[in-house]
Design a protein around this ligand. Structure first.
Ligand code: PAJ
Length: 282
């Protein structure tokens, strides 16, 4: 049964609603997103719905986590469709603050997770994780969740949020769900909308590289350098793909070696990331 979703743009209003839920003894789940929702996002929403009595989903394209040369302006936005999907999922509140509501003039406080935020994805996107840590902290303060839901698709973001909640004594359980993929294996991403047909075909090499590493791992290969080389070779065979990094790291520290295969690459002009915990089916 569809009950309607309440759209909230104001942080004080969001806090008031969350406070009411808490006072009534309801558990609260939060799913932070940047909208343009797909089945990956919806898998998080469904888990939140199953585990929590009240569910808030935030839709906010966060300028602070985009570099000056990145795609903040072009990032796909479709609020009406997002609200329709959230209504179907039985979400209680969609929190859609404007940029000025989140970052009014003079808001200069930032949250940093040192060291982790400078590795791999952080090295290629300076300031990105500071933007993520800051907005997630603010979303937690607005929606006051007991549990917050994140996708393994953004593995370093997961490590960062888990570290941040621990380091700052945030009373939020971080729930992580597996990457949802298209039938051809490509990880769902809002940025896939940028790909041409040829690029979309080339993008399969990312999951192809992860599969090759996973098979080698399954056959007993544990040497990070050799696992890495296998992935690099798969990507090198695809002329439309230019890797930023390919590594096998520890999933909590993002130091090498480890058992998490992670990669980032440009496919044409679109930058995509993917990863896989080696040893798990893919
Ligand atoms: P966004 O890219 O919209 O993703 C929102 C959540 O959906 C993240 O936790 C992400 O890991 C998860 N997700 C994306 N693609 C997925 C897939 N194919 N399978 C499973 N989960 C997937 O990540 C962000 O937004 C932002 O950085 C945010 C946390 C909202 C802070 O601004």
């Amino acid at each position: 049964m569809e009950t309607g979703v309440q759209a909230v743009a104001n942080k004080a209003e969001m806090q008031g609603i969350a406070e009411g839920w808490r006072r009534a003894g309801h558990s609260v789940g939060l799913v932070p997103t940047m909208g343009s929702l797909h089945e990956g996002h919806l898998s998080l929403v469904r888990r939140a719905r199953a585990q929590c009595e009240r569910v808030a989903v935030s839709v906010f394209v966060n300028p602070l986590q985009f570099g000056p040369a990145e795609d903040f302006d072009a990032y796909p936005r479709d609020e009406e469709r997002d609200l329709m999907l959230l209504r179907k999922e039985g979400v209680d509140v969609a929190y859609l603050p404007a940029v000025g509501e989140m970052y009014p003039p003079g808001a200069t406080t930032r949250v940093r997770v040192h060291s982790l935020d400078e590795k791999l994805e952080g090295a290629h996107r300076p300031g990105h994780f500071e933007g993520v840590a800051t907005i997630v902290t603010k979303l937690f303060n607005a929606a006051r969740p007991n549990r917050a839901y994140f996708g393994q698709k953004d593995a370093q973001q997961v490590a960062l949020i888990a570290r941040m909640t621990r380091d700052l004594d945030m009373d939020v359980e971080v729930v992580v769900l597996p990457t949802v993929r298209d039938p051809d294996g490509v990880a769902l991403s809002s940025r896939n909308a940028y790909l041409t047909e040829d690029e979309r075909r080339a993008a399969r090499s990312l999951v192809g590289a992860l599969r090759v590493a996973n098979e080698a791992f399954g056959e007993g290969e544990r040497d990070a350098t050799r696992l890495r080389r296998r992935m690099v070779d798969v990507l090198a065979a695809e002329p439309l793909v230019r890797p930023d990094y390919v590594e096998v790291v520890d999933p909590a520290t993002f130091d090498s070696p480890g058992t998490l295969a992670v990669l980032a690459a440009r496919v044409g002009r679109t930058r995509l990331i993917d990863n896989h915990p080696l040893g798990q089916p893919l």
